[in-house]
Design a protein around this ligand. Structure first.
Ligand SMILES: [Zn+2]
Length: 258
């Protein structure tokens, strides 16, 4: 059993093919897929898929940092509305992205903190996105820190020292396709960690692992990530699958959902 802890398989890139994508995932042993939201425009597709596959797909709720612009208060209202109406597996994906655009940096920080407060009110873990923003993300988490805060630093690409800091804050490290890329440094950081410190993810449709790099990614490709991680830890794949699934189950309280 494998858990893809981060996949946008409801997005436009999969139009009409979700059934096949999920069938292939199950065929490869991926039995649970967590769906991070992007913004108000992605909610319907995400919820439709998670209702159709309620034992496989688990929706998150939140605003992605690259969706933060002038209408952020309205966007937040939508998120709050859905959180009050339905059960979600996590607040996500949330965080700070200073790679594409720094225009809304202050708003991104503000919305990140507001959503950390939602995690506290609803007692939910968080799926954190960061890009060129490690320090800012940690600063904001420290400002809103509360007992019981947990989650995943998704698609982690920091150094060994940062990985240790993330773990010490009670978070886990999300490992995806980049671990299979040459010169990504993720493999080096990974070898400084224990299998218990990580969860696996595809971030589909992005970041396809080698040998499918550059193609549309999907949850079934988690097996390539598993293989690479097992190589790095020099452990059998089934053991890595078991340990990482257990960690994902704990972080996202998967046994208590539904
Ligand atoms: Zn994502």
């Amino acid at each position: 059993m494998l858990i893809d802890t981060h996949a946008h398989i409801y997005s436009e890139e999969f139009n009409g093919e979700s059934d096949e994508v999920i069938k292939r995932a199950i065929g490869n042993g991926v039995t649970k897929i967590l769906l991070p939201n992007i913004d108000s425009s992605s909610i319907k597709k995400m919820l439709d898929l998670s209702e159709k596959y309620s034992k496989i797909c688990y929706p998150m709720m939140g605003i992605h940092p690259t969706s933060v612009n002038d209408d952020f208060e309205e966007e937040l209202e939508v998120i709050e509305y859905w959180l009050s109406r339905k059960k979600f597996i996590a607040i996500g994906e949330i965080g700070i992205d200073l790679y594409w655009d720094k225009t809304y940096r202050e708003e991104q920080e503000y919305i990140f903190r507001r959503q950390l407060r939602l995690a506290r009110s609803y007692d939910l873990p968080v799926s954190v996105h960061l890009r060129d923003s490690y320090e800012v993300v940690v600063e904001n988490i420290q400002k809103e820190y509360f007992d019981g805060l947990k989650g995943v630093f998704h698609c982690f690409s920091g150094n060994e020292q940062q990985a240790q800091e993330v773990l010490s804050m009670g978070f886990k490290i999300g490992i995806g396709g980049t671990v299979t890329f040459k010169n990504s440094n993720v493999d080096k950081v990974l070898s400084s960690l224990k299998p218990e410190d990580i969860v696996l993810e595809t971030d589909a449709p992005y970041l396809s692992p080698v040998p499918l790099r550059g193609k549309r990614n999907e949850s079934g490709n988690l097996v390539f990530i598993l293989k690479k991680v097992a190589d790095i830890f020099q452990m059998p794949e089934h053991e890595i699958a078991h340990i990482t699934s257990q960690t994902a189950t704990e972080v996202f309280n998967l046994d208590n959902f539904n």
